[in-house]
Design a protein around this ligand. Structure first.
Ligand code: THU
Length: 135
């Protein structure tokens, strides 16, 4: 990926995030790396629960962690799983990204082989609902 934004080292960093996944039920480890506009890294991993619906996805873990530390300006998010093809965020995470990230923020879907697919928040949730819809 050479779009003038993506940094190759993000592939290593997102795997560090993935290493913190807590997945006793699915064993499907997801890592999310949020890169701030001033190039700081926020890690997120999926944290599962015996009551399955209480599971928190990696993308939301990263965003909630950032916001909880008053960090709100993001350059990109990178996602990794162990699946062969780069996996795509679930609908709930797309909605949370719509709320907390800029529409044109890149979302990089990756795998352990280093393949990278680039989309934006808006690509992943076209015509997404936001506070503007309540004006
Ligand atoms: N998962 C994520 O962390 N992010 C997504 O966007 C899709 C799904 C997690 C939730 C659960 O722990 C596991 O992957 C299987 O669904």
């Amino acid at each position: 990926m050479n779009d003038g934004i993506f940094q190759q080292e993000w592939l290593k960093e997102v795997q560090t995030a993935q290493a913190s996944a807590y997945t006793p039920y699915s064993k499907f480890n997801v890592g999310a790396l949020l890169v701030t506009k001033d190039d700081k890294y926020i890690y997120g991993a999926n944290i599962e629960n015996a009551a399955y619906s209480a599971t928190i996805c990696a993308e939301r873990s990263a965003l909630v962690s950032a916001y909880s530390n008053n960090i709100t300006q993001f350059k990109a998010i990178v996602i990794v799983t162990d699946a062969e093809k780069p996996a795509s965020p679930c609908g709930v995470c797309r909605q949370v990204m719509k709320e907390l990230c800029e529409d044109n923020m890149p979302v990089y879907l990756t795998n352990r082989s280093g393949d990278v697919i680039k989309r934006t928040v808006d690509d992943l949730l076209p015509l997404g609902f936001s506070g503007k819809d309540m004006d």
